[in-house]
Ligand binder design. Sequence first.
Ligand code: NAD
Length: 508
Amino acid sequence: MNTKIQPKTSIVIFGATGDLAKRKLYPSIFNLYKKGQLAENFAVVGVARRPWSNETLRDTVKASLEHEPNRDVVEQFCQHFYYLSFEVTNKSTYHELKTLLDEVETIHKIPGNRIFYMSMAPEFFGTIAKNLKAEGVTDSGGWTRLVIEKPFGHDLESARALNQEIRQAFSEEEIYRIDHYLGKEMVQNIEVIRFANAIFEPLWNNKYISNIQITSSETLGVEERGGYYDTSGALRDMVQNHMLQMVSLLAMDPPIRLTPDEIRSEKIKVLRAIRPITEQDTSRYFVRGQYGPGVLNESEVPGYRSENNVNPHSKTETFVAGKILIDSHRWAGVPFYIRTGKRMLLKSTEIVIEFKGMPMNLYYSENQTQSNLLIIHVQPDEGLTLFLNGKKVGPAGGTTPVQLDYCNNCVDTTNTPEAYERLIYDCMLGDATNFTHWDEVELSWSFIDSISKAWEKSDKDLHFYESGSMGPDASMELLEKDGHQWWPITSESKEEEKRSRSNESFRY
Ligand code: NAD
C-alpha cells in the first residue's frame, strides 16, 4: 500500500452500532487518521436501526478508542462522525442518507467519493445495494465502492444470487469482498517470501516440497455467535474463504506484474486446478469434528451442544481437517493439508512447508536428520522459522536440528497495521489486490458444496474432540495414511515444554 496518499472520502458504515464496527472498524479508521494517512477531508456516516444521535455515535467511537492516550486527537477525529437511524427496506431513509452525505461532504470538502461498508447481517446486503442505486445515493459525482463482509453466501447458489443482486448496482471493480486474512501482515508476506527469495522460489514445487500444512486454531468457542454458527460451521466459516485463500497464495505461480488483476488471475488458476472431491470420496479427504467439554487455561468449558443458541443435537462441525490436491505441473502429488477449529489447545495460525528428504541421506543410519521446514507464523506471533540440519558440536560428529527464527512483530510493534486498517486504506486507494474476486468466491463455493452436501446426508463421520486438544484422532490419521504427520505448531511445542516441565502428560 502507498502510505503517502491521503484519500478524500466518506465511509458509510451499515451496522454502525454493531460489534465489528466497535471492535475493528473505528479503531482502524482512527489509526489511519493518527498516522496521517487520512486527510481532514473524510467523514464517517454510521447507519443502523437504533435511534441514536451524532453524539451517541461519537461517544461510542470514543469508548472504542479508550486505550488512546491522546484524547485531543480522539476528539478531533470524532467530529468527522455522523449518525442516521435507518431501516433497510424503507426507501425514504435512503433519501435521508443522500441528503446527509451531501451535507457532510460539503462540510468536509469531500469530492463525492463514497465507500459503502456492509457490516451487518448478510441477508441485507443485496437490498441495500439495490436501494443505494435506485434512490440515487450512488450518484455522487465521485467514485463509489461497496465493501462486503463475510459470509458471501451460504453455498454456491446463494452466493450467485447475492452477487447478481449487488452487481445490479455496482460493477465487479467497485466491489471489495473482505477476507480479513488477506490483510494480515504475514499472509501478505507469503508473496514476498516466495517471489523475492532465490533460495525458495526454485524449490517451490513438487520436486522439492513434500507437503504443506496450514493450521488455524482458536481457543474460543462460539461465544455469542451460536445462532449464526450453528447454521454455518467451520467449513463455511473458515475453509471456504480464509483457508482456501491461503492455499491459493501458497500455490500460485509468480504473476507477471504485481497488479490486482495479475495476482488475482494467478490465484484463480490455483482454485480452478484444485481437484474436486466427490460426495462419495469426502471421508477419504476431509474430517469433521465437534468439540465436547474439556479444560482450557485451567477452567472447565462446556461442549458445543451445551452452548447458548446451539441445538442440543447439533451436527454442525466446529473442526475441519482436509487434504487438498492441486492438479498442476507444479503441484501434482503434493498434498496441502488444512485444519481449523474452535476450542483447540492454542490460538494460532501457522503454515508449515515441509521439504523432501535428501536423495541420499548420508546421516540416515544415525536417524538424525529431520525434514527441512519453513514455518510462516501468521498469528499471534508473526515471523518465520527455518529448520536446517547442522553438525553436532564436538569430535563425535552427527547432526543436530538448527532453528533460524525471525520475529516480525518483535521488530516493529507500533507501526504494523491491523488487517482492517490496511484493507480499508487499500479500498480508499482503489487497490483490490487483497480482496476476493467473484471468480474466487464462485470456485471456492463449488469445491466446498460437494463436501457439505455429503456431510448433510449423514453424520456418521462426525468425530468429537475434547476442548483443549488439537482436534479428533481422525485428523492425525488423515496424514498418517500418507506417511505424514502434523508438525506441532510452534506455540504448541512451547506449551508441550511447559507441560513436561510441570510433569504433566501432553495431550495432543
Ligand atoms: P452485529 O449483530 O453486532 O451488528 C449488526 C448491525 O446491523 C447493528 O448495528 C444493527 O443495528 C444493524 N441492523 C440489523 N438489522 C437492521 C435493519 N433492519 N436496519 C438497519 N440496521 C440493522 O453484527 P457484527 O458482529 O457487527 O457483524 C456484522 C457483519 O460483519 C456480519 O456480516 C458478520 O458476519 C461480519 N463479521 C463480523 C465479525 C466480528 O468480529 N464481529 C468478523 C467477521 C465478519
